[in-house]
Write a protein that binds this ligand. Structure first.
Ligand SMILES: NC(=O)c1ccc[n+]([C@@H]2O[C@H](COP(=O)([O-])OP(=O)(O)OC[C@H]3O[C@@H](n4cnc5c(N)ncnc54)[C@H](OP(=O)(O)O)[C@@H]3O)[C@@H](O)[C@H]2O)c1
Length: 263
């Protein structure tokens, strides 16, 4: 690691990761612990560690879709943001698999609250501090954000929002010296698919990535001040093709692929 890269990581005093309780969010913790030895790491999610379970971060229990929870979190921020630059990782999120159905509308709205509203809220609340003290932001979008995703329509649309919003913010916040990265993992072996309503093994070993590989790609991209990273060369190739397809054709291809993944 060059001296410049080392000093980029060493400056962080506070790291806030939403959804550090599992999957990709959990994989950020040990890597950042190595790179940012002076930082205090906070993990924000609903589940707090069970008795006897040890985690290498301070857990704050919050449902990021709940207004009262967010208001309580705002009070916590005066304690969390105490000194120096902050790294904010908006990672909490989930998907819902299946054709859109009116019975599920509340679930879809809850997903929009978590995948879209919460990251906007978090950035809005952290930004005044970051402007004064410095900071960086990683928003976990997805390769699902590159094209419409039938059977995962709302999920894909939330990730398209995060992808475009983050890349826009990258420029908006340049003058403040705040780096913003859109992280787009493809299929990754986590609890995501089970929570989304898939059954059985969805990610074939030859195609999927591990959370650690995704995190590695994110940290390298942030070091280079990229606005976007698609993790993994297979995903990169797929997205290079998929983003060039005419929208309606790309949607039809994506429908064929996603219809095959049975519940
Ligand atoms: N796995 C993939 O294939 C894949 C691909 C592309 C993008 N992603 C994205 O990666 C991110 C992380 O997902 P993952 O794959 O690591 O899945 P995961 O293991 O299911 O992790 C999801 C995280 O979100 C948190 N969360 C869920 N509901 C929440 C709420 N209401 N308030 C606060 N936190 C909440 C969960 O914590 P609690 O349950 O403790 O609240 C958990 O830590 C998501 O944004 C997902 O869309 C995943």
């Amino acid at each position: 690691m060059s001296l410049r890269v080392m000093s980029f990581w060493k400056k962080f005093r506070t790291i806030v990761i939403t959804g550090a309780s599992s999957g990709i969010g959990a994989a950020f913790v040990p890597k950042l612990r190595e790179k940012c030895p002076d930082a205090h790491i906070y993990g924000l999610s609903r589940r707090v560690p069970a008795e006897g379970e040890t985690v290498d971060y301070e857990a704050i229990s919050v449902d990021l879709t709940d207004l009262t929870g967010l208001q309580r979190l705002e009070e916590d921020f005066s304690r969390i943001f105490r000194n120096g630059p902050v790294l904010l990782i908006n990672n909490s999120g989930y998907g819902l698999y299946g054709p859109f159905s009116p019975q599920d509308v509340d679930k879809h709205l809850n997903m929009i609250d978590l995948n879209v509203k919460a990251p906007v809220w978090m950035v809005g609340k952290a930004l005044p501090w970051m402007r004064r003290e410095g900071g960086a932001i990683i928003n976990v979008a997805s390769t699902a954000g590159f094209q419409p995703t039938p059977f995962l329509s709302t999920y894909g649309a939330t990730k398209a929002f995060l992808l475009h919003w983050s890349m826009g913010l990258h420029y908006d916040l340049k003058k403040d010296g705040i780096r913003v990265l859109a992280l787009c993992p493809g299929p990754t072996a986590t609890d995501f698919f089970k929570r989304a309503g898939f059954e059985g093994k969805v990610v074939p070993d030859a195609f999927g990535q591990t959370s650690e590989e995704v995190v590695q790609a994110a940290l390298r991209a942030l070091e280079k001040n990229r606005s976007l990273v698609v993790s993994g060369w297979k995903n990169k190739m797929l997205m290079a093709v998929s983003s060039k397809l005419p929208k309606a054709f790309g949607t039809a291809v994506s429908a064929r692929v996603l219809a095959k993944i049975r519940q």
